[in-house]
Ligand binder design. Sequence first.
Ligand SMILES: Cc1cc2nc3c(=O)[nH]c(=O)nc-3n(C[C@H](O)[C@H](O)[C@H](O)COP(=O)(O)OP(=O)(O)OC[C@H]3O[C@@H](n4cnc5c(N)ncnc54)[C@H](O)[C@@H]3O)c2cc1C
Length: 393
Amino acid sequence: MSKVDVIIIGAGASGLFCAIEAARRGRQVVVLDHAASPGRKILASGGGRCNFSNYEVAPGHFLSANPHFCKSALSRYNQWNFLELIKEYKIRFTEREHGQLFCEQSASEILAMLLDQCQKSGVRIFTRQTITDVKRSEEGEFVVTANQSCYVATSLVIASGGLAMSNLGATDLGYTLAKKFGHTIISTRPGLVPLTFSASDKEILTPLTGIAIKATVTCRKESFTENLLFTHRGLSGPVILQISNYWQPGDPITIDLLPGCDLLEGLKVAQKAHPQRQLKSVLNEHLPKRLVLALLSDELISRPLQSLSYADFAVVQRHLQQWTLRPAGNEGYKSAEVTMGGVNTGEVSSKTMESRKVAGLYFVGEVLDVTGWLGGYNLQWAWSSGWCAGQYV
Ligand SMILES: Cc1cc2nc3c(=O)[nH]c(=O)nc-3n(C[C@H](O)[C@H](O)[C@H](O)COP(=O)(O)OP(=O)(O)OC[C@H]3O[C@@H](n4cnc5c(N)ncnc54)[C@H](O)[C@@H]3O)c2cc1C
């Protein structure tokens, strides 16, 4: 039996960060993970470049049944704090659009930095651990059995993440343990995930596979303007991943394929200047031919501009700038970057991340019902929540 101060389940972003902070305070910390190596999602993140945070981190960029919950942690350990660490390790980083911060070279630099910090502060990480039992003794200590070894501690941190991408180690252990200790779970669903076409849309739209175009997509009054990608199953690209967090089964989404463009005015001007020009030759200057052909009838787009009325222009505008589509579903956890929902934050202290039901039990990172937008927000949540718990465990 190993007696320590803190047991952390999950050697991902939030678990490692919590471990570092706790060990710095002189706490004896063990981190247990079932994977062969720590931080696999960190390595896969940002296409291998790890979008580790964002200059524009703000509570409004997070979804939760309790939108206020994330405020305290995000303000106490913010993007600037994480950047100080990045700079201390001389990791070169770059800002992409919307304030997104990426490693210039590789996500492995972030993981190496975390593991170095763990090593320096004396955190012990055990991988390939099959956790078979987690209970609380009569004295109020947590007893975790893994690979037939027993660990006992006064603090237990659940940092086992969500359900997205089981190939990267995701399991439902966090939710199972939360329920075991009396917590409720806000129902989970895939987030930051591609959306799929209905059967009838698929027939018309699969020929568009491979087209990538900037678009504004709106659902439930939320709008994002970023790249849209047509795939053979449906729609993907950053703009779709963003809107997928807001989309619920049955909802329509509205797509503006010419964001920021006054198409009606543009067509009127073109009509005056080149009355004999075909509509399609004007539209093809701005949109891929295949896309125009899929969304408007050949008969309409072949007509010369002079033969078109204002009402015809309005039809064109509606089809291209208020294109309404009802996705059949999403691609599920196998393709999702995050899990929406999770441990009910109403039952957790927003300051310490400690359970309000069981003293000494903490939840950090994605297992909680806090989901960020695409763009470094989810990792920042992992750092912020892990840091906060690390001050108290
Ligand atoms: C492909 C991909 C790319 C991403 N890119 C970005 C990005 O660029 N920027 C960004 O902000 N977010 C990104 N995310 C989301 C981000 O990686 C997660 O939100 C973040 O890693 C969550 O941190 P966490 O510590 O809560 O969980 P994780 O990092 O998932 O860590 C959980 C740990 O728990 C372990 N674990 C799970 N089940 C068990 C079990 N039964 N027993 C023992 N251990 C267990 C896992 O092996 C894992 O090591 C991406 C996600 C994916 C899938």
